[in-house]
Design a protein around this ligand. Structure first.
Ligand code: EPZ
Length: 421
């Protein structure tokens, strides 16, 4: 397994361009299952999760061609209804095939995505919503088996604004009979991006981006072209890298509106953020020590859980005591023992992490546990004295494209060490 070696202490300088959003591209590619006609998707990040999604779609009978960041999909002949365990276990987002397969073919058999490093991550809300649309849903031998001659529109009130649950139900409703109204849905920008793509394909959707979405079922969808939105989590990660290294960088190609809550917290820590007039970039300057802050992760537009580990790295070197509360995933503190190895002073009390800032961290050998925890460890390594080696970077490769290269262009001393097998 590859490792990333970082020599800390260099303030970052320069410009970095943000790529397409992994968590928008995944549902958009899955939505290709909803009908024939060529779909051309641009600005798709070249990361492992998208390669896995492309493999799953090919297995189901979709014709997938990839050229750099462009993915062309044609799904006239979807011939399988099954998303198998050996694929789903490598990527939970495979669950996004459930809604489209069921509504297009009348049947779907998708392996239950297991839990993962950050929590149990049930899918009960996905299944409850589909059942309310008339699907017969059984779960046995580790598989979800759903059937419906044709789904029927329904009013569905979600108990929790699940992101992929909202996406699955929107896609299922696109071809259902009648109108579906979804209430208390997730409002993440990636959902609005999916709805924009579905609308281009002929879906009838109102309320994207709000907590109530109404979908009027149609008989079929046609092909369309779409460019995936920028990745707000990648953007937030680089903004925090500029802050933690006391540098001066410009993060380009991001939608600053998607990071309102994050920017407010980073500015509270004493970082100077200057947004571009056109709202698609931000300059990050930090010359004074960071100040402690309180953060609570919440569904969008609250502070995103996907930037929690990165924020904890910042808090670890801030002056004073910060408190970080994780309300989305019960197990998302696996990066804490690794930050301890770097000298961070963090105490966990249930969903709260109490972080006493130290003047500096020290480089160490640390292990990544999930995609965003590994990003937090890289940020800590950029600020630490000495060398940090992050192992199991395959976690990083799931969601960050050429991360060490991008940090390198900003002046960081980062290199990927290919494991000699
Ligand atoms: C999406 O996961 C993202 N993944 C995650 O990003 C992100 O952290 C998460 O949303 C929260 O923002 C993709 O979009 C592919 P949820 P998802 O369903 O949809 C509970 C990354 O690093 N819940 O919104 O799986 C669940 O247990 C990944 O890019 C139920 O109880 O998250 C959790 O506590 C990590 N029942 C909370 O809701 C359900 O049926 C949020 O889960 C569904 C969810």
């Amino acid at each position: 397994m590859d490792q990333i070696k970082i020599i800390g202490g260099s303030p970052l300088h320069g410009v970095v361009e943000i790529g397409g959003a992994k968590n928008a591209a995944l549902p958009i590619l899955a939505a290709s299952l909803l009908g024939g006609g060529e779909c051309i998707i641009d600005h798709v990040p070249q990361v492992r999760d998208l390669i896995t999604m492309a493999k799953l779609l090919e297995l189901l009978g979709v014709n997938v061609q990839t050229e750099g960041g462009r993915v062309m999909l044609e799904a006239s002949h979807v011939q399988s209804i099954e998303a198998p365990y050996d694929l789903v276990k490598t990527m939970r987002a495979s669950i996004l095939a459930l809604g489209p397969l069921l509504t297009r073919l009348g049947e779907a058999k998708v392996s239950l995505p297991g839990g993962c490093a950050i929590g149990t991550r049930p899918v009960n809300l996905h299944l409850k919503g589909l059942a309310m649309m008339g699907a017969e849903v059984q779960v046995d031998h580790g598989y979800i088996h759903a059937k419906a001659r044709r789904l029927k529109g329904a009013r569905i009130d979600l108990d929790f604004p699940t992101v992929t649950g909202t996406e699955n139900l929107i896609m299922a409703a696109c071809l259902a009979e009648g109108t579906t109204s979804l209430h208390h849905v997730a409002r993440e920008p990636e959902i609005a991006d999916l709805c924009a793509f579905l609308t281009k394909r002929g879906a009838k959707i109102l309320g994207a981006g709000t907590d109530t979405i109404t979908i009027e079922g149609v008989s079929e969808l046609h092909g369309a072209k779409h460019e995936v939105m920028p990745d707000r989590v990648e953007a937030g990660t680089f903004v925090m890298a500029g802050a933690i290294t006391g540098g001066d960088i410009t993060v380009k190609g991001c939608v600053t509106d998607h990071l309102g809550n994050v920017f407010t917290k980073i500015q509270e820590m004493g970082v100077e953020l200057t947004e571009n007039s056109d709202g698609n970039g931000v300059r990050v300057r930090c010359s004074a020590p960071l100040k402690a802050v309180e953060v609570k992760t919440l569904p969008y537009p609250g502070f995103p859980t996907d930037l929690q580990a990165q924020m904890m790295a910042l808090m670890s070197v801030a002056e004073g005591t910060s408190i970080l509360t994780e309300t989305i995933f019960e197990g998302r503190f696996l990066h804490v023992p690794e930050l301890h190895r770097m000298g961070a002073s963090i105490e966990i009390d249930g969903p709260h992490a109490v972080v006493k800032g130290t003047a500096s961290l020290t480089g160490a050998e640390v292990m990544a546990s999930d995609l965003r925890a590994s990003a937090g460890l890289v940020l800590a390594g950029l600020a630490a004295e000495g060398e940090t080696t992050v192992s199991r970077v395959y976690h990083l490769d799931r969601g960050y494209e050429r991360l060490e290269e991008k940090f390198g262009t900003l002046g960081a001393q980062v290199q990927r060490v290919r494991e000699v097998v």
